[in-house]
Structure formats: C-alpha cells, structure tokens
Design a protein around this ligand. Structure first.
Ligand SMILES: [Zn+2]
Length: 268
C-alpha cells in the first residue's frame, strides 16, 4: 500500500472539510449527514464568553518558532511541559500558527478524525507541505502517541467556518476576531471564527474503524492536560460536524465516547 498517498488522502479529507474550500463551500448548512449533529445541543454560559476582542498578532511573532516556516520545525518554550504520562512530541511551524489566542478566548475543544490511516507525522508533513496553513493543535495516533503541531496559545486553522447560525448556537459572537491571516471568510459565511476560540484535536481514524483503547486513553490524558492548562476547564467539547453540519468527522463510532467526554472528561 502506498502509505504516502494514503496519508495525503487522509489528511486531505478532513482538511477539505475544515476549510470548506471545495464542494462544501456552496452546500450551505442543510445537507449531508447532519442529523446527529443537530440532535446535540451545546450550552455555554455567558460568563465563558470572551469579553472583548483583541487584534491578532502576526503568526511570525512567536520567538520560539522559526521564521523559516517550511524548513525548520521547532518546539516552543512558552508552554509548561506536558505531564510525564503523556507521550507527546511538539513540532511547530510558524506558518501553521494564525495569531495569538489568549486563554480568555478558549471556549471549545473541537475533535476531528483525520479520515484516513497513516500516522500523525505523515499528516503534519502533508499539512505543512501543501501550503494551506491548516493544522490542528494535536494529532493522536492509534498507539496513543501524540504530536502537537500548534502551541496552545496560538490559533490553529482546523475548524473552518461553521454552518449558518452557528455563531449564535455555539456562543461565538465576536466576529471581529477573524482568525485567519490571509484567509478571510467568503461573504456567504458570516459566522466564521471557531478557530479563535478552540483547541483542535485530530485522531488518526478512518471510516468505521474502532478507536483503539490506547488512543482513547491518550485522548483522556490530553483533554485533562488541556483542561489543566486553561485553569481546570477548557470549555465545551464538540466534534467537527457539530460546527460544520455535513462534515463526517468525528465518526459515529465515537459518539458515545464524545458524550462521555462532554459530561465527564473521560471515557468508560
Ligand atoms: Zn475535521
């Protein structure tokens, strides 16, 4: 099997959904496999909402990331070290960071599937190589190892713009925090902005495959780490299709786990 091609296809699938740059753009909010997404309500207290907007700074402002975006990954010294029981590698590229995301803007953890096989390394390689400046903060491998691609205090382009009305539904009301330097929403998508308020996690997953226990355990620990990073609660956990109706990720096989994560921040 051509692993490289598989990786490319995998990463392409989810990221296609993430940016909505092809096909999805004109489909609006009403089509596709949206029934499960619509059946889930998300509440967010007013107190959790960001109080004001701040201008995003340049993605190149981080001193911990090489300005040679395409050639020199590096780790950040701005974050606390992850817990020892989390097998996490940090590999950052400046062009995958889209400005500052201060902690007070954190409201959601958005879960994704890569929609393919391969490994986190291959997915990040594809993201960095295709020039679309798309990435999630984390990719969780099936064996539980994790690759962090974007620091938590930086915006990652992982969620794309949401279906119509989702700003209100998800409590994302500050449209002035446009998060994509060089990538603006089209005029027909006025509710863009989830990336400014969320941490994105991709699980290496394809189709109806099960999620290995090691991967779910790692996700548990990763969510706990993110919660701790944000003072005990990183906000509401959703999957990508809850933001973008019609998206396929995460898989329906993940629904029970997602419900549990949202209630208890751990799976059975
Ligand atoms: Zn996705």
């Amino acid at each position: 099997m051509d692993a490289r091609r598989l990786i490319a296809a995998a990463a392409f699938a989810c990221l296609l959904f993430a940016v909505g740059c092809v096909g999805e753009v004109d489909s609006g909010s009403g089509s596709g496999s949206s029934s499960s997404a619509r059946s889930i309500s998300v509440s967010m207290s007013v107190a959790d909402r960001p109080a004001s907007s701040e201008a995003s700074s340049s993605a190149s402002s981080s001193t911990s990331v090489s300005s040679e975006a395409s050639s020199a990954p590096s780790s950040s010294s701005a974050e606390p070290a992850p817990p020892a029981d989390l097998d996490i590698t940090q590999r950052y590229y400046a062009d995958l960071q889209h400005g500052e995301k201060p902690a007070q803007y954190q409201k959601y953890i958005v879960l994704h599937d890569t929609e393919g096989g391969g490994t986190a390394d291959g997915v990040l390689e594809y993201w960095e190589g295709n020039g679309n400046k798309i990435a999630s903060h984390f990719i969780v491998n099936k064996d539980g190892s994790i690759l962090q691609c974007v620091p938590l205090d930086k915006i990652a382009h992982h969620a794309g713009w949401g279906s119509n009305g989702h700003n209100v539904q998800f409590g994302v009301e500050d449209e002035s925090r446009d998060d994509l330097l060089g990538r603006k929403p089209s005029s027909s998508y006025t509710d863009y902005g989830m990336n400014s308020f969320s941490v994105g996690i991709e699980m290496v997953h394809q189709g109806s495959d099960s999620y290995p226990e090691a991967q779910l355990q790692a996700l548990d620990k990763l969510i706990a780490y993110i919660d701790a990073y944000y003072g005990g609660n990183a906000g509401t956990i959703i999957d990508h299709k809850m933001w973008r109706l019609g998206n396929s990720d995460t898989s329906s096989a993940f629904a029970a786990y997602l419900a549990n994560y949202r209630d208890h921040r751990t799976h059975d």
